[in-house]
Ligand binder design. Sequence first.
Ligand code: GRF
Length: 207
Amino acid sequence: MTAPAGPHEPTGIVVLVSGSGTNLQALIDAAADPAYGVRILAVGGDRAGITGLHRAGAAGIPAFVCRVEDHDSRAEWDAALTGRIGDHAPAFVVSAGFMKLLGPEVLGRWTVLNTHPALLPNFPGAHAVRDALAAGATETGCTVHVVDAGVDTGPVLAQARVAVAPDDTEASLHERIKAVEHPLLVEIVGRAAREGITVSDGKATIP
Ligand code: GRF
């Protein structure tokens, strides 16, 4: 179990991003309230120059980049990322639109929460919104779950539903998903920070 911090001490997390970082921004905004109980110790990206890292900079949060291309193997990247995250000693890690599969070292050391833009187990993978539209789904949504070794297969903590409109494009649908994804991620990360999270036998619980 990741121990919750004391009543006056926020729980430190590291957030990983790959893109626009709107989920990160929702966490940054929530963490401005001391009652939320979260301190974002650092933000890590899998490439430089992304808006998510600029959001970290604007909020005065340390940022780092750890690129797969700069390492000889995925295993070396996994070890390097473990080191970069470990420098900040977080209680747990949040993957907020991080588009790389995390390796066994990171996953063995921390509980990692991920947000996914579909109702898992439906539409796992990198193109969940496009896949839901292509399948003719009338409803989709988002899922906050604990990351395991699979692709979007880890235990689900919470989900929110979104109706698909007949004229939806990938962009319009993703925008509406993000509108429910942000508050859901904020709620679950806050509860995990304040109350702790237990992962055992493929089940994840926040008391
Ligand atoms: C989110 O919808 C997340 O679920 C998905 O990618 C999107 C990232 O958006 N994996 P942002 O970078 O937080 O704006």
